[in-house]
Write a protein that binds this ligand. Structure first.
Ligand SMILES: [Zn+2]
Length: 158
């Protein structure tokens, strides 16, 4: 068993990064902040808090169609032991199915919204909602201005 393993750590709302950590259960539990649960996919294992969702931890990412809450660690597998994460992994964005929002720089893993500004930039759902509300607020302000101008004209004609 390796004393240290090269892993990928992904915390909710942050970009994934590589790190080398001691290959000890206690350390892994500290990282995921709970008892570990493992999901093995080929020569890769995803390590997470076994009760992340129950504890109400923030949604983190989806990997291979499974949604994870709280911090996840990706390592390799060697028989029954953890090993270095394989070098042949797809790009981290692809692996975690996460995107970085060009507006707020946040990482998100939901379906992107399309920015109203150019009708093509993909932004996070929160920024999408914000843009929609802002457009609505501007429309309301514009309508109120027009109505006031209209009311003034009506009064002037009385
Ligand atoms: Zn955003």
């Amino acid at each position: 068993m390796q004393s240290h393993i090269k892993v990928i750590i992904k915390e909710p709302g942050k970009s994934p990064y590589y790190d080398t950590i001691p290959n000890e259960l206690r350390i892994l539990q500290q990282y995921v902040d709970g008892n570990i649960e493992t999901v093995t996919r080929g020569d890769t294992v995803i390590i997470c808090d076994d009760a992340g969702r129950l504890k109400g931890k923030p949604m983190n990412c989806s990997i291979a169609g499974i949604a994870f809450c709280g911090t996840v660690i990706i390592a390799g597998v060697d028989g029954d032991d953890f090993a270095d994460a394989p070098d042949t992994l797809p790009s981290l964005d692809e692996l975690f199915q996460v995107r970085a929002c060009p507006r707020c720089n946040a990482w998100y893993d939901a379906e992107p919204a399309i920015s109203r500004e150019d009708n093509k930039t993909e932004i996070c759902p929160d920024c999408g909602t914000y843009e929609a509300l802002k457009a609505h607020a501007e429309f309301v302000a514009f309508s109120e201005k027009r109505k006031k101008a209209h009311d003034r004209r009506v009064k002037a004609n009385d």
